[in-house]
Design a protein around this ligand. Structure first.
Ligand SMILES: [Zn+2]
Length: 230
C-alpha cells in the first residue's frame, strides 16, 4: 500500500514550506493546495510552485478565488501595507493585512479536496506566536474547524474518515520554524514572504512579514537566502 494522502495548504511562504516538509517527513503523500486569490504579492504563487516541486508533492493544485472582489485587506485592496513597525506594534490588534475569513475559506476548500481524495489529514502552517494577531490562526479556531469538518462532510458523517487538522507550527517561534525547516532540508531561497515587493523585485525588508522573517533567521543564527532591500 502506498503512502496515505494529506492535503497541505501551501502559500509559497516560509511557514507553509516548512509544513510541507513536515508532512512529507511524517510519511504522507502530500497534495499541496495553493490559492491565487488576487493577492498583491502574487510572486508567492511562483514560490509555491517551486516549493511543491522541490519537496516532492504528489500533486499541486492552484485554485483561483477572487478575494479582491471582496477586498477589505491591505493584501487584496489598495490599502497601504504597514512598514517599519516594531514587534510590539504588530502585536497590538488585528492588522490591515488580515484578509476577511481567509483561513476559513482556504480550509473549506482543503476539506472538499480531502473528502474527494478520501484523505483524513489536512496540514496548515498557522502560527499563534508570531505576533500577527490573526483570529483564524489561533488553536481554538483550528479545533473548531476540525469539529466542523467531521459534521460537514459525507465522509465524516458516514464514519469512514475522521478528519484531522494538523497545525504543527502553531506554538513555535519563527526561529524554531526556520531551524526545523532547515533540518528537514527546506530551501528557503525558494520561498517568498514580503507583502510589498519593490519594483526592482527585492523584498521590501520593512513590512511585518519581512521583519518577522528576518527576526526568525537572526534568532535561529541562519542566513536568509532571499535578499531584501537594505
Ligand atoms: Zn516586505
Amino acid at each position: 500500500m502506498g503512502a496515505e494522502p494529506a492535503v497541505v495548504l501551501l502559500s509559497g511562504g516560509l511557514d507553509s514550506a516548512t509544513v510541507l516538509a513536515i508532512a512529507r517527513e511524517e510519511g504522507f503523500a502530500t497534495h499541496a493546495l495553493t490559492f491565487d486569490y488576487g493577492q498583491r504579492h502574487d510572486r508567492e504563487l511562483d514560490s509555491a510552485r517551486r516549493v511543491a516541486q522541490a519537496l516532492g508533492a504528489a500533486r499541486h493544485l492552484v485554485l483561483r478565488l477572487d478575494l479582491r472582489a471582496i477586498g477589505g485587506s491591505a493584501l487584496t485592496a489598495d490599502i497601504p501595507v504597514p512598514q517599519g513597525r516594531t514587534v510590539e506594534a504588530m502585536g497590538a490588534g488585528i492588522p490591515v493585512t488580515y484578509v476577511p475569513a481567509r483561513n476559513t475559506i482556504f480550509l473549506s476548500h482543503a476539506m472538499a479536496w480531502a473528502e474527494m481524495l478520501e484523505c483524513q489529514d489536512i496540514f496548515i502552517g498557522v502560527n499563534a506566536l508570531d505576533y500577527s494577531g490573526y483570529p483564524d490562526c489561533r488553536p481554538e479556531f483550528i479545533e473548531a474547524f476540525e469539529r466542523l469538518g467531521n459534521l460537514a462532510t459525507r465522509a465524516g458523517v458516514e464514519g469512514r474518515t475522521r478528519l484531522r487538522i494538523h497545525a504543527p507550527l502553531i506554538r513555535l517561534t519563527k526561529a524554531e520554524i526556520v531551524a526545523r525547516g532547515a533540518a528537514l532540508g527546506v530551501d528557503y531561497g525558494l520561498t517568498w514572504s514580503c507583502y510589498a515587493p519593490r519594483p526592482d523585485g527585492l523584498a521590501c525588508g520593512r513590512c511585518d512579514s519581512c521583519l518577522l522573517r528576518a527576526k526568525g533567521f537572526r534568532e535561529a543564527d541562519l542566513r536568509d537566502p532571499v535578499p531584501s532591500a537594505p
